[in-house]
Design a protein around this ligand. Structure first.
Ligand SMILES: NC(=O)c1ccc[n+]([C@@H]2O[C@H](COP(=O)([O-])OP(=O)(O)OC[C@H]3O[C@@H](n4cnc5c(N)ncnc54)[C@H](OP(=O)(O)O)[C@@H]3O)[C@@H](O)[C@H]2O)c1
Length: 376
């Protein structure tokens, strides 16, 4: 029988993980004219949507997280955020905390998902006018004059993709953005976008349990020289060794994988993978990250974004870039999650109720009513 899991302890951020491992394993990647560390920090959990941060969501905590990710690699880390995370609150927090360290990170933002009121995004707007306004507002909140990477949060079915991508290139020409990115697109959409102008990065959920991108987006990105940003590489916490049943307000309540009928079985698979990793001397989350860093055909061109509010966990993640996952462990982990073995789709149950709308299929017309219906 699988009962709820205890929340993880928050060990001393400075003593839990040894980074003094081989620095050559995963080298920094080129992102346009920038270099970027293989592991970056994703700020979605700062919304509180995966459970509250220990000690709250404080500037001091965010400062410590920045310290850790900045110390973790041989190149500036990607720090990923979006204007709809906490309806702008996460950008404001980063803006307050980054300060003189702004240029030490590769700052990535996303626009196009609209939060009209309290709660999560309700619709997608990929129009040039909205993207310009959204980018300018993000820059104000982030207290910076440019974003290093700015991505379309999701393709707006009412706006030709070429128009949205053209608008992002206008932002580059205006000096507000250095590089254009996309998120949760198909391989065909990526090709169309690249025909408009250079696309530096494409973000998609990619992990041991979410491998659909390998058939479509990844080969196209590799053919076109676009960096692949693996989002939710720990399957929203599952690959840390399992997660407790999501509580009230936890975004994962909307995700079929975390539904009461699916979570116990998925946790069993995750525990089996964790045991396999531990037997090989790996922390389960580090093994899952090392897996994605070398995933696909082992091209080592992936940037893994780990979402966490715990400095110790971020340290573990950064350390993963310095160790190579032995092929036998890699194969063993893959065998723990056979195709069809994980129950429930990776996308949220109702379009428009996602923690990150880029993981839901675009359905702008149904999003607002679905969001309303899903609200308590
Ligand atoms: N562009 C897009 O479409 C898109 C979509 C989704 C996400 N993203 C970005 O990608 C980032 C990463 O994805 P994500 O945050 O959804 O999910 P994730 O990184 O797969 O998982 C985050 C969860 O894993 C837990 N965790 C982290 N390190 C751990 C460790 N060492 N051991 C055990 N548990 C650990 C975190 O809990 P603790 O906080 O307790 O560590 C958190 O609840 C996001 O934050 C966001 O910036 C982008």
């Amino acid at each position: 029988m699988t009962g709820p899991l205890a929340p993880p302890a928050d060990p001393d951020p400075d003593t839990d993980t040894d980074l003094a491992t081989d620095p050559r394993v995963h080298a920094p990647h080129r992102l346009g004219d920038l270099v970027v560390a293989p592991v970056g920090w994703g700020t979605l959990p700062l919304t509180g949507g995966y459970g509250a941060a220990p000690g709250g969501r404080t500037d001091e905590l965010v400062g410590r997280l920045l310290d850790v990710v900045l110390a973790g690699g041989q190149a500036p880390p990607l720090v990923d955020t979006a204007d709809f995370y906490g309806a702008g609150a996460v950008e404001e927090q980063l803006g307050r905390t980054l300060g003189h360290r702004r240029d030490d990170v590769v700052l990535a933002g996303r626009g196009g998902a609209v939060v009209d009121g309290p709660g999560r995004p309700r619709r997608i707007d990929g129009s040039p006018a909205h993207l310009r306004r959204a980018c300018e507002a993000s820059l104000r909140r982030l207290r910076t004059d440019h974003l290093d990477l700015y991505s379309l949060a999701r393709v707006d079915p009412r706006v030709p993709l070429e128009e949205s991508v053209g608008a992002l290139h206008d932002l580059v020409r205006a000096g507000l953005v250095r590089h254009v990115g996309l998120s949760e697109v198909t391989g065909e959409e990526l090709r169309r976008a690249c025909a408009v102008g250079p696309v530096a990065a494409v973000a998609s959920e990619w992990s041991l349990v979410s491998r659909d991108v390998e058939a479509d987006v990844v080969p196209v990105a590799r053919a076109l020289g676009v960096v692949i940003v693996a989002c939710s590489p720990l399957a929203r916490g599952l690959l840390g060794g399992g997660v407790p049943e999501p509580g009230e307000g936890d975004y994962r309540r909307n995700h079929p994988r975390f539904a009461p009928g699916n979570l116990p079985g998925n946790n069993r698979l995750a525990r089996r993978a964790a045991a396999l990793a531990a037997a090989a001397g790996w922390d389960p989350a580090a093994a899952a990250l090392a897996w994605v860093l070398g995933a696909g055909d082992g091209a080592r061109d992936v940037v893994a974004l780990v979402g966490t509010v715990r400095p110790a966990h971020l340290r573990t993640a950064c350390a993963a870039a310095h160790r190579d996952l032995p092929p036998a462990v890699r194969a063993g982990l893959e065998a723990c999650f056979p195709v069809g073995g994980v129950a429930g789709d990776r996308r949220p149950r109702v379009p428009g109720t996602a923690a990150d709308p880029t993981t839901a299929p675009a359905s702008v017309e149904t999003a607002s009513s679905a969001e309303r219906d899903a609200r308590p």
